[in-house]
Design a protein around this ligand. Sequence first.
Ligand code: SF4
Length: 121
Amino acid sequence: MENRELTCIGCPMGCQLTVTMDNGEVTEVKGNTCPKGDIYARKEVVNPTRIVTSTVKVTGGDKERVSVKTANDIPKSKIFEVMKDIDAATVAAPISIGDVLVKDVAGTGVDVIATRNILAV
Ligand code: SF4
């Protein structure tokens, strides 16, 4: 038996979670105020993932950078590589919310999409 202590990131309450594991399997989650905490804890100890938000350089637009996010969760272990690919990207305006700006970022199978509009100038 092994216990892991986590802070739930599902909402600002930040419940303190205790996850009990046996041979790599989650047997119990305690401390969650709602079911989201249980789901988060089970995923976090077995396969932690995150949505990554950042910005990408823009050419020919009314702003120099566009805010972006990964369209889905990516493995937490890949965050550094994902940020490297996002930092290396440059996109040309115009850009619309939801446009795919980096396809299959860092080989995760997840695209990076725009979260704001950029006009061409
Ligand atoms: S367990 Fe529920 S109430 Fe507590 S931090 Fe997570 S999402 Fe918020």
